[in-house]
Design a protein around this ligand. Structure first.
Ligand SMILES: [Zn+2]
Length: 161
């Protein structure tokens, strides 16, 4: 398992995923077995690149099933307030969840959810990132990464670079 930073990009965006964030998502996804799991992505922007430093476990009020994950909110506000005071300052960058039985590709529901997050003034994130972790990752990629900026209905995926 890689512990280095993984770089993903498309024509518009570059995203760096820390080894520990990637490991956390893979570990939680495999621990969750046949249930979806997920959390939020935390990090910061530097030189126009998003740097994901952390993927959180699911808040305790999340609702999970085989083909659905509704992320809860318990504890997130306080956690993000702490991160805001860290050096470098870190904040909400997006969402991640697992697809235990399918590809890492976002579902139509996922696209819809992310556009809701994009429009949510309480979340206040101009281009939320979605990482989906595949349960059965062979031969499909382990992750898919998309950025929702409201420019297109279904954004282009970012590829490892
Ligand atoms: Zn999904």
């Amino acid at each position: 398992m890689s512990t280095g930073i993984q770089k993903y990009g498309n024509q518009r965006y570059i995203i760096l995923v820390s080894g520990s964030a990637a490991e956390t998502m893979q570990k939680l996804a495999s621990q969750a077995g046949q249930q979806e799991t997920g959390g939020i992505l935390i990090g910061y922007y530097q030189d126009g690149q998003a740097r994901i430093t952390e993927a959180t476990p699911p808040p305790s009020d999340s609702r999970r099933s085989y083909a659905r994950f509704e992320r809860g909110v318990n504890g997130l506000k306080a956690y993000l307030a702490d991160k805001w005071l860290s050096e470098p300052r870190e904040y909400y960058l997006g969402e991640w969840h697992s697809h235990p039985a399918t590809w890492a590709r976002p579902s139509p529901t996922d696209h819809l959810q992310m556009r809701k997050i994009l429009d949510d003034p309480n979340i206040d994130c101009a281009c939320p990132i979605l990482i989906v972790v595949a349960g059965h990752s062979k031969p499909s990629p382990k992750f898919s990464i998309h950025v929702y900026d409201g420019m297109t209905k279904s954004p282009a995926p970012l590829y490892r670079c």
